[in-house]
Design a protein around this ligand. Structure first.
Ligand SMILES: [Zn+2]
Ligand SMILES: [Zn+2]
Length: 139
């Protein structure tokens, strides 16, 4: 059997997400409800704390090491705006936090990396939780 024939639907979706500019419109994604994850679940999402491992690093930590300082500065500024907007409160459980999350991942659309609408304030456990959900959905 040839290699590569085993691609599942999920894998294919992942690959298409990696190919810049070939995925579905991010604008519809916003409307369709990624952003409503925040509003719609305020106070409702309570991830199991026990399942959250200490020291788990979100994928954001894997950012390219060759990036220049200017990009980090931009990222910090973006985070600050998101945190202020959300009052330093986790969108899932309203805990005070300083973690920001990209709704549209950089893999999906790097143009929206610093779009304020593309940011969510999440505590570490909710952040881990949403990434688990995203993984399940093939992101
Ligand atoms: Zn939370
Ligand atoms: Zn994230």
């Amino acid at each position: 059997m040839k290699k590569g024939e085993k691609h599942t639907k999920k894998t294919r979706m992942k690959i298409s997400l990696l190919q810049k500019g070939q995925h579905r419109s991010p604008r519809t994604e916003f409307k369709k409800g990624h952003i409503s994850w925040c509003k719609g679940t305020k106070g409702l999402v309570k991830p199991n704390k026990g399942s959250f491992k200490k020291g788990h690093k979100p994928p954001e930590g894997k950012e390219h090491p060759n990036w220049k300082g200017g990009i980090w500065k931009k990222r910090r500024q973006w985070s600050k705006i998101i945190l202020k907007r959300d009052n330093y409160e986790c969108c899932g459980c309203l805990k005070k936090t300083k973690v920001t999350h990209h709704i549209i991942t950089q893999k999906e659309d790097s143009n929206q990396k610093y779009d304020i609408r593309n940011g969510l304030t999440l505590c570490r456990s909710c952040h881990a939780y949403i990434h688990k959900v995203m993984e399940k959905n093939g992101y």
